[in-house]
Design a binder for this molecule. Structure first.
Ligand code: ADP
Ligand code: MG
Length: 627
């Protein structure tokens, strides 16, 4: 609840709505106790007194009645009627919707056709017809407004309920012997409640307007009783000569409806789990850069990540996802990056081309140099030209990276044509060639498949073909084979290896699988809690891991045909990156850790291409490198 309120009040417009509405509510609640004049007492000599006159702060109307008093009493009445109508419509409508959606079949059909019949009449006409049948009066206006809004709730809630009624937790409740009433009350209702609240908060304003509309036409509140609609209606004849009599209730209606709608929108957004983390903003085209400290000097690598720091700023919290990572690749080289899930591999990879979503992502330090040029903070156009053309990505889940509504060939052709001005036919020929290069059988016809018509392995090949489309110099592959089975994985690894040898492609291969690293990579870097803890040639790291974390990570890998052996899982969990421990981040899980490890920053030390971030490495890498 407090989380909900916090989220709601982060939305400035909703806060404004809430403040205005609460103010109005408080005032109308205490209206009977305020020293106001009688709202219905007429005094003909005092007709049409202007606002801000003595004794009449808002002036008087055509019968000399005090407008302030009428306004407050009228608002009180209008709000009460509007809210009551909303509650009645929501209760009856939701009940109908839940029953229809839950029982389905004939019940559903019967109820919903009835609802459809109500919906077939124009809103206000139906309300008019109801009032005409029942006779004018506030109570009847309330009934009419509630009745015309029932179908809206019934339809909405039925839709949600139908979706929920087929879900496993309802089946489970049924199997456990719960009665239908109990299932509806304890399982369904809590799940549809947010929708009901949202639908209500966004329609209360509308219902107040409808009630005012009926009163305006003389079908709602009867003279001398004031509500906002009837005040407007009575002021109509003096609209030109004494506009204040219309403006006073008009402004109040505007304030009420506006504040209710703003608050309602805020409530809807705050209750929507999809909007909860993203805080309602579209990510920028490139990651925000807020760099402090020196920018590292250029190196002669093809792609060099130098001391990169990326963090997420969510409210008060700062998640230091990448805390100073340096990696580099030369042409034709494959660098493996390995680490547990959540260690910052993907964020590192996405930072290279400024693809981390901002907000909340911010790059706070370091540099990413492609052929010596710093890409961090580079203009969007520079990045756009390089994205996909010089540095390409392969992502983990091809189903979510391919657009479901376009043919895979068209998506590939678009990738080519966004960087090169070539004709459609030529691009198509190139696409077929690429499909063949990634060994998609029957390329000619598969090019016009939709993503859902392909298997996971084939889709991933399309992803690879797309990465290769513009002959990039570097490919960053973020767990490209994790979603695939091992035989397909082996084929795809072989494919990448061939491409690397044929085209001199540099690959940064992110994975959490040591087997894959051994098969493909020349060098490997081990990441933990956003930092590199060990780096070196693949064989030496695998044969003689220096960091206790690497050693234990390797010990977690089962080996086939090696007899029985106890797998040594690493106890504990990686640290949360918003509360990183001082000193070595692995210390809490390490059996060698001492006070020195926990005290301060541990540096990455090494000789040659071998480096480790540990005070007590397993292997004396310095001696080895020297020897
Ligand atoms: P992985 O190594 O599994 O690819 P990631 O790079 O995706 O890990 O994530 C690194 C860390 O960054 C994780 O601890 C995660 O909690 C944090 N993180 C990623 N995205 C966000 C975000 N949008 N907001 C806050 N923290 C995030
Ligand atoms: Mg990842």
């Amino acid at each position: 609840m407090s989380g909900f309120l916090k989220l709601l009040f982060r939305n400035r417009l909703a806060t404004m709505g809430a403040v205005v509405l609460s103010f109005i509510l408080v005032v109308v609640i205490i209206t009977p106790f305020l020293p106001l004049q009688e709202p219905n007492v007429t005094s003909t000599p005092d007709r049409f007194i202007l606002p801000f006159s003595e004794g009449h702060a808002l002036g008087t109307d055509h019968l000399g009645r005090d407008l302030l008093s009428r306004l407050l009493h009228g608002t009180r009445l209008s709000l009460a009627i509007g809210i009551a109508a909303a509650l009645i419509a929501a209760t009856i409508g939701s009940a109908i919707g839940i029953i229809a959606g839950y029982f389905g079949g004939r019940t559903d059909n019967l109820i919903m056709r009835g609802v459809d019949m109500l919906m077939a009449f124009p809103y206000i006409l139906l309300a008019l017809a109801i009032v005409a049948a029942l006779g004018p009066g506030l109570m009847n206006a309330l009934i009419a407004v509630a009745a015309v809004n029932i179908p809206f709730f019934a339809r909405n809630i039925r839709g949600i309920t139908v979706g929920l009624a087929g879900r496993e937790f309802i089946d489970a409740a049924r199997l456990s012997g719960m009665s239908d009433t109990r299932i509806i009350l304890t399982e369904l209702l809590p799940n549809v409640m947010p929708v009901i609240i949202v639908a209500m908060s966004t329609t209360v304003g509308w219902m107040i307007l409808e009630t005012a509309g009926l009163s305006f036409l003389g079908l709602g509140s009867q003279p001398p009783q004031a509500d906002l609609g009837s005040m407007l209606g009575e002021a109509r004849s003096a609209l030109i000569t004494s506009p204040h009599t219309s403006i006073v209730p008009g402004v109040m209606i505007f304030l009420i409806v506006m504040s209710i709608n703003l608050l309602g929108d805020g409530v809807r957004d705050a209750l929507d789990p999809r909007l909860r983390s993203g805080a309602l903003s579209r990510p920028r085209a490139t990651t925000l850069v807020d760099r402090e400290g020196d920018i590292p000097a250029p190196s002669d690598d093809l792609l060099a990540i130098q001391g990169l720091k990326t963090e997420f700023r969510v409210g008060e919290r700062v998640y230091k996802a990448v805390g100073g990572v340096s990696l580099a690749v030369k042409p034709g080289e494959c660098l493996g990056v390995i680490g547990e899930s959540g260690s910052g591999k993907s964020v590192t990879a996405l930072s290279v081309m400024g693809l981390v979503a901002s907000p909340p992502g911010v790059i706070t330090g370091g540099a990413v140099r492609f052929e010596g040029e710093d890409l961090i903070g580079a203009p969007y156009e520079t990045l756009r030209q390089k994205r996909g053309d010089r540095v390409a990505y392969i992502f983990q889940d091809p189903l979510s990276t391919l657009h479901p509504l376009y043919r895979v060939g068209d998506q590939l052709i678009e990738a080519i044509r966004s960087h090169h001005e070539i004709g459609k036919a030529e691009a198509r020929a190139r696409a077929i060639e690429l499909f063949k290069a990634v060994r998609i059988p029957n390329a000619q016809s598969r090019i016009s498949n939709f993503p859902h018509e392909m298997s996971g392995g084939m889709r991933q090949r399309v992803g690879i073909a797309m990465a290769l489309a513009n002959d990039p110099d570097v490919i960053i592959a973020d767990e490209p084979t994790t979603a695939l089975d091992v035989t397909v994985q082996a084929q795809i690894l072989a494919l990448l290896d061939d491409l690397r040898r044929d085209r001199g492609l540099a690959i940064i291969f992110i994975t959490h699988d040591f087997g894959v690293v051994a098969q493909l990579c020349d060098r490997v870097a081990v990441m933990y809690a956003g930092r590199i803890v060990e780096e070196g040639p693949t064989e030496t790291v695998l044969a003689a891991p220096a960091h206790p974390y690497t050693k234990r990570l390797i010990a977690c890998v089962p080996e086939l045909g090696q007899g029985r052996r106890r797998l040594a899982a690493i106890p504990g969990l990686p640290p949360a990156v918003d509360k990183l421990p001082e000193g070595c981040a692995f210390a809490p899980r390490c059996d060698k850790a001492t006070d020195r490890c926990r005290a301060g920053e541990v540096a990455l030390t090494g000789a040659g291409s071998r480096a480790v971030r540990c005070h007590f490495p397993e292997e004396a890498i310095h001696a080895r490198a020297a020897g």
